[in-house]
Ligand binder design. Sequence first.
Ligand SMILES: [Zn+2]
Length: 298
Amino acid sequence: MVERLNKCPLCKSGLFLNKQEIKDHAVSKENFILCKCSNCSLLFTNPRPDEQSVAPYYDFPEYFSHEDRAKNLTQFIYQKVRNYSVRKKVKLFSGLHQKGRILDYGCGTGALLAEAKHQGWKVSGIEPNSKARTQANLKLKGRVKETIDDLPKEKKFDIITLFHVLEHIHDMKKTVKSLIKALNSDGYLLIAIPNPESWDAHKYGSFWAGWDVPRHLYHFDIIAMEYCAETFDLTLVEIKPMKFDSYYVSLLSEGYLNPNQNLISRYFNAFFSGRKSNQEAKNQPGNHSSNLFIFKKK
Ligand SMILES: [Zn+2]
């Protein structure tokens, strides 16, 4: 079923405007409308498929984060980069907190958790997709559950991560609140999201792969993220760039913008766009194609 929101899903304001129509280039080829909240600045897909009917929109062979096996060059590169970036992420965790308990919400096939476990962290994961969860549990021996309600209530975490996950969650506020509840008092909440105000978002316009409607239900600019911090009673500690994302998003965007372009031109153009996006965002936290927001409990 399609659900039409009459309030902003973040601040509950009824004041929002249709901003742009975006096509689902990856799967359905359907058009969706992005609304912009006049109060908190959140962009949200509206109307949107409800939680029960969204699954078919995830049903495409190239949904990489649910796959461990590379089937083509792009997937191969994606996975090489993923392996490098998981090591970098775990290093970041160790810089934030002594090795303790970590929860990766929306952990996909569990690559990040497997590395964290290898480095001495106690790990748990949540992954609603059953195929990805099964793969994750092969590595992590049943530590990955379907929903947050499947975790013992008394279990508290030192770090909770959502890497490109927040924008997919229908019941966003409730989920974030329950995650914060599961965080230790000195714990950190890490949220990585695409940036609708990045250089590559402006360059590719409606062909920008970061829109990814209707799988992405929300887009947060810096104002919306600051609103999140206030609403959820969090302190924003730092914003870190995710420099590989600009290349990957540019590569997909090139494919949407110009599907008949040969592969070499596509990679070439994506490389220059990705690099330009990173250059434009340099020294300005929050301006990259994707950013990692590090929050601490107040
Ligand atoms: Zn709002």
